[in-house]
Design a protein around this ligand. Structure first.
Ligand SMILES: Cc1cc2nc3c(=O)[nH]c(=O)nc-3n(C[C@H](O)[C@H](O)[C@H](O)COP(=O)(O)OP(=O)(O)OC[C@H]3O[C@@H](n4cnc5c(N)ncnc54)[C@H](O)[C@@H]3O)c2cc1C
Length: 220
């Protein structure tokens, strides 16, 4: 069963800059699919910890993984995950109106530690394929020992919010427009570069197609 529109709950309801919010789940999915690094926010020993980490997803859940020793991956505690893409700087006439064009998502919930071996393997596959499509079947699969050393958390995508800012500065029709200053946006894009073979690689091993194909494609 697919999830419906993004819910407006006490946690997800935008209070400021509400016009930048979207309840369209397709916007959430597009933001998640455009990136592969999130920030996992969790309270550990009474202090907030915000950990950058890679993720994968299916229609209903986001997966993050790490070492079994990781304190941020305890599971069963409230977490807040964000994913952010920067599309440019918004350079206004006044410093106050400066801003950023962006797409961002925030997911609230209680992360669940995945213990079922089949789900764990599938979650790790989704995570690997999300960052590097084609690598799961190309690279060696995790051993039993490696799996045991890895924690996988699943977080429902149910309670999530999206915020998107696009376009020009907001002071084009205000008194500051008379100042005669340049204003506009400075777009920012990021793209994959040329693959750089490991110096330890024998020269007869060629770059696989699924890696070579990404050169020059956009990220974010
Ligand atoms: C790259 C970037 C730079 C930013 N710079 C600034 C800045 O300098 N100053 C500033 O005031 N704001 C900035 N923002 C916007 C900022 O993220 C918040 O949306 C805004 O500050 C409102 O915060 P709040 O605590 O009042 O949120 P509230 O409106 O109280 O948040 C309520 C709920 O709305 C949702 N929500 C809030 N913000 C976001 C978001 N960004 N993405 C998805 N869901 C969200 C969450 O579910 C949250 O729990 C920036 C955003 C991005 C992505």
């Amino acid at each position: 069963m697919t999830l419906g529109p993004l819910p407006e709950t006490d946690l997800t309801r935008h209070r400021r800059l509400r016009e930048q919010g979207s309840l369209d789940r397709a916007d959430l999915e597009a933001i998640l699919d455009a990136g592969f690094v999130c920030h996992l926010g969790v309270v550990v020993d009474g202090r907030p910890l915000v950990v950058p980490t890679v993720y994968g997803r299916d229609e209903r859940q986001l997966y993050v993984h790490g070492s079994v020793a990781s304190r941020s991956l305890a599971g069963g505690i409230p977490v807040c995950v964000t994913v952010t893409h920067i599309d440019g700087l918004v350079l206004a006439r006044s410093v106050f109106e400066h801003g950023v064009n962006y797409r961002s998502a925030m997911i609230h919930g209680e992360a669940r530690k995945v213990t079922d071996p089949e789900e764990k393997l599938e979650g790790l596959r989704l995570l690997t394929e999300h960052a590097a499509p084609g690598q799961w079947s190309y690279a060696r699969q995790p051993s039993r020992k490696e799996l045991a050393a890895t924690t996988l958390l699943a977080l429902s995508l149910e309670e999530a919010s999206v915020k998107i800012r696009t376009g020009a500065p907001d002071d084009g029709d205000g008194p500051d427009a008379e100042l005669g200053l340049w204003a506009g946006t400075l777009p920012l894009t990021s793209a994959w570069g040329a693959p750089e073979p490991d110096p330890a690689l024998p020269s007869e091993i060629l770059i696989p197609g699924h890696i070579a194909r990404r050169e020059g494609t956009r990220h974010g």
